[in-house]
Design a protein around this ligand. Structure first.
Ligand SMILES: [Cu+2]
Length: 393
């Protein structure tokens, strides 16, 4: 009866597995269209049959081994002998698990750990990397010790009739040790992180910074540079229009000479202040090579200051990749187009930067002038009175 029941549950499981596999296979086939889909249908069914068969074989194997062990166990007991020592089986499973698990961790550390970021390209990048390395080494030591103790103890002290377990309800010394040591280590890490962050955010002087506005929206980044005055005009979300995508407030005269750019071009060894904004959902400014990342939150402007130290041209040589470009990514899954939300960042010499900035278009486009009823003939310092949008607010 038990065997019958096993067969029945096996049938149900196989049917379920076939459905799951059929579903996933169909999903995998979705991008293929037209003729390709018909041609691939044969291969699809072969794939399904293969996995169904594999599942059935695995189920039968597990069922057979289980039954054999059960029969063996029962016959041993019937003969008055001891059955299978399940405590021993569990202990050995723990030993196998710790050996296989440690090898898996080692593999992951060497294979995936090797995919780490290249040399930091900003002044503070080294400190971030030091912090990262320290945390990794400390957690690695704790991981190895605790896991070996956990599974090692389960193996060495597995249940046995020859031993009696010692009942230890409470021990203040042990409690103190495992509370105080992690508390000290975590405090050191937090303080280390706190001072690193302080250094990163205050190392560059506010005066002389190049202030650049980076605004995220679904799904692109908008970049605004200050004009010759070095100051960005203020913004107001109520002023958004098709032509005034960033809601720049033209009551603020600093905004008249602001420039809009397609690429984030930065002069090397100059302190850069990126002012971060978002217009719809939370995005995240992420420039891995500069070890820069900060969330862009709607209604909560923030900033990140850093000094790029390696030009794009030099990084091309370092990486041996002639097509290398620094990139500004979005690091928050902000919607369907998130994957493509990136901008090229180019680090150049001061002279190249001057040349480039001179060629950038003013944010105050002709369309925007029309929209705001700016008279073209008037000099910039007289136009604020005719800024209708601004007056309305
Ligand atoms: Cu985004």
């Amino acid at each position: 009866m038990g065997f019958k029941h096993l067969i029945n549950s096996k049938k149900t499981l196989s049917l379920f597995a076939a459905f799951v596999l059929f579903g996933t296979n169909l999903m995998a086939q979705t991008p293929a269209q037209g003729d390709a889909a018909t041609v691939d249908k044969g291969a699809m069914w072969t794939g399904i049959a293969y996995y169904v068969l594999l599942f059935l074989v695995a189920s039968v194997c597990v069922a057979i081994v289980g039954k054999i062990l059960r029969v063996y166990d029962l016959t041993q007991k019937m003969q008055g002998k001891k059955g299978i020592n399940w405590n021993g089986v569990m202990g050995i499973c723990c030993a196998i698990f710790i050996v296989a698990g440690m090898y898996g961790s080692y593999w992951s550390l060497t294979v995936q750990g090797a995919m780490k970021l290249p040399e930091p390209a900003s002044a503070h990048g080294g400190s971030i990397d030091d912090m990262f390395t320290t945390t990794t080494i400390l957690t690695l030591i704790v991981f190895v010790i605790t896991q070996i103790c956990l599974f090692g103890f389960a193996f060495v002290y597995r249940g046995s009739d020859k031993r009696k377990a010692h009942f230890l309800p409470h021990n203040n010394t042990i409690e103190k040790v495992w509370t105080i040591i992690p508390a000290i280590v975590l405090t050191i890490l937090v303080v280390f992180g706190f001072f690193t962050w302080q250094r990163v955010m205050t190392s560059t002087e506010v005066k002389g910074d190049i202030n650049i506005d980076v605004t995220g929206h679904q799904f692109a980044w908008e970049i605004r540079y200050p004009g010759t005055d070095g100051k960005l005009g203020s913004t107001n979300f109520r002023l958004y229009t098709a032509a005034n995508k960033l809601g720049v407030d033209f009551k603020d005269r600093n905004s008249f000479d602001d420039l809009s750019a397609d690429t984030l071009v930065l002069p090397v060894n100059k302190s850069i202040r990126i002012n971060i904004h978002a217009q719809d959902v939370i995005h995240s400014v992420y420039m891995p090579h500069f070890r820069v990342q900060l969330n862009a939150v709607p209604g909560l402007p923030t900033f990140f200051k850093f000094v790029p130290t390696i030009t794009t041209a030099k990084m091309k040589m370092i990486t041996g990749n002639a097509n290398f470009e620094y990139l500004l990514y979005c690091n928050k899954i902000c919607g369907s187009g998130h994957w493509n939300m990136q901008k090229v960042v180019r680090v150049v010499s001061q002279a190249e930067y001057q040349d480039w900035i001179a060629k950038q278009k003013p944010y105050l486009s002709d369309q925007l002038r029309k929209e705001l009823h700016f008279a073209d003939s008037k000099p910039a310092n007289q136009v604020s009175a005719s800024n209708r949008l601004a007056v309305n607010n």
